[in-house]
Design a protein around this ligand. Sequence first.
Ligand SMILES: C[S@@+](CC[C@H](N)C(=O)[O-])C[C@H]1O[C@@H](n2cnc3c(N)ncnc32)[C@H](O)[C@@H]1O
Length: 505
Amino acid sequence: MSDRADIIPIETPIPADRQGAKRHYGVHPYFTRRPYNVVGDYIRRYSQERDRVLDPFGGSGVTAIEAFLENRIGMQNDINPLANFIAQGIADLTNGKLQDYADALHDIQERYQPQIGEVGNADEHALRELKRKLALPEDIDLPKNSDVGKYHELFSLRQLISLALLKEAVDSITNEDARKGMLLAWSATLSKLNKTFLSAEGRAESRGGSSIFSIYRYKVARTPVELPPWETFYERATNILKAKAEIDQAVNLKRNTGGWCGKFEVYAQDIEELGDRFPGAIDYIFTDPPYGGHISYLDLSTLWTAWLGLSPDPKIREKELIVGGGLNLSENLYVERLGKSVRACIRMLKPGRWFSIVFQHWNISYFEAILSSATDSGAELRAAVSQVGDPIWSMHKKKNSSVLAGELILTFHKTNERRKLKRDGIFDVANVLREVLENTPGEKIYGEYLFNKVVIEAWERSAIHKLNISRNDFIGLIEQFGWHYDEKNHYWVKQKPELLFNMSG
Ligand SMILES: C[S@@+](CC[C@H](N)C(=O)[O-])C[C@H]1O[C@@H](n2cnc3c(N)ncnc32)[C@H](O)[C@@H]1O
C-alpha cells in the first residue's frame, strides 16, 4: 500500500472563510460555489505537490484552481461550457503582464466610453439604427419556466446595445492575455446588465443580483434596474486587475520557493466518459455533484453561453446529472447515474489514494447510491464531516427544502477491497436521535448535523435502507424530545424551562 494510507482524515468541520474569500473567485458569479479555504484544506491534507487533483463536477473551478495554486496539476471537468469558461478564465489570469491588462482597459475606455455614454441619451429611433449595425447573439428560445420566451427579451434595448458595444471593445484588444481577462469582466457585466437583475433592498442599486442565482429561473424584475453600462463594466474589469495581481503574487511565491509545476487542465466530458479516459491516473478527487433538480445548470447558463458562442452540444445535455431539467430526466435515472459517477471517480484514482464528495440531500437513496457504489468499487468510507452553520448555506436551504443547508463531506480511501453493502441491520430513528440529543454537550445543535449523525449511524449499523423519514417527521421528533428551532440562528436549542411549564400547564 502507498504512503498515502497513513494520512489522518479530516474529522472536524472547517469554518468557511466567506469574508476573506479571495477576490479571484469573486470575479464572476456561478451557482453553489464551495468555500475555497475548505477545499484548500482538503487538497493539502489528501494530496501532495505535483499530484493530479481532479474535480469531475468542477463548476466554476474552485477545486482545480486551489490545486493549481497549491502546486498540483489542477484538473477541471464540467459539461457546462460556462463553468469551464470561468475556471479557465481565472487560471489564465496567470498569463501576461498586469500592466498590459491595465493598458488594454485604458485603451478601450478612451475609444468606447463616450460612445457607450451616448447610448443612455439616445432616442428609440437612434437605438434601433445602432442595433442594426451591431453584432448580436441569436435570439434563441429560453426554458419554459422563464418569464419571457426569447433571449433578447432578457434585455432592454439600451442594455443590448451597450453590451454589444462593450463586447466589440473587448474583441478589439490586441494583447491576447489582456483580451481574455477583459472578456471575463464582460461576461461578469452581463450578469448585471439584464432584466433578471434585482437590486437588494436597502443597499446600493448595483449590489443586487440576478434571479438566476437566487430563485434559479429567468424571472424578470417588475421594475428592472438599469445600471450604468460603462461603470458596471469598469468595476468588473478592475476586479480582474486585482484578481490578477493576487494570483500573480500566489504563483510567484511558489515560483521563488522552488519548483512550480503550474498546470491547469480543462475537460468538458460527461463524468462517466472521463472515468474511461483516466483509469488509475488521479491522486485526489474532491467533488460536489448536483443534487436533485433545483438548479438546471445548463439552462440557467444560457444567458452567458448564448452570447459567448459557447452553447452546449445537444448530446451533452442528455448527460446532465439532474432530476427534471429541460429534458425532464427521471429521478431513477439520476440515482443510477449518481452511483455510476462515484464508480467513475474510484476507477480514476490510483490505488491507495483518496476521494472526497460533498453530500447534501434529504433523499437517503442518493446517500445509499454513493456509499454502495464506493464500497463495491473498492473504496472505504474513512470520514464523514458535517460542514454546518454557514449562513450562506442556510440561505440555500430556504430556497429548496429538499436540499440540506449543512453538507456532509464524505471521504473514501481506495483500498481495492470490493465489498457489498450490508443491509441486515436493525435501526430505530427515534432511539438514535434521542441518544444523539442526550449526548449533545452544548445547548444548541444544527438540524443538518443531527440528520447527518443519524445517517452515519444508520450506515454504520448496516441499516441505511431502513432510514426512511421525511423532513417533517424528523423535525417532529426533535420537537418531541423537547428542543425548539431558533428561527434567527437556524439551529435547535434545548427548550427553556418556563416554556415547558407553560405547555404542561
Ligand atoms: C454543484 S456544481 C459544482 C460547483 C463547484 N463545486 C463550485 O465550487 O463551483 C455541479 C456541476 O456539475 C456539472 N455537471 C452536471 N452533470 C454533469 C456530468 N454528467 N458530467 C460532468 N459535469 C456535470 C454542472 O454543470 C455543475 O457545474
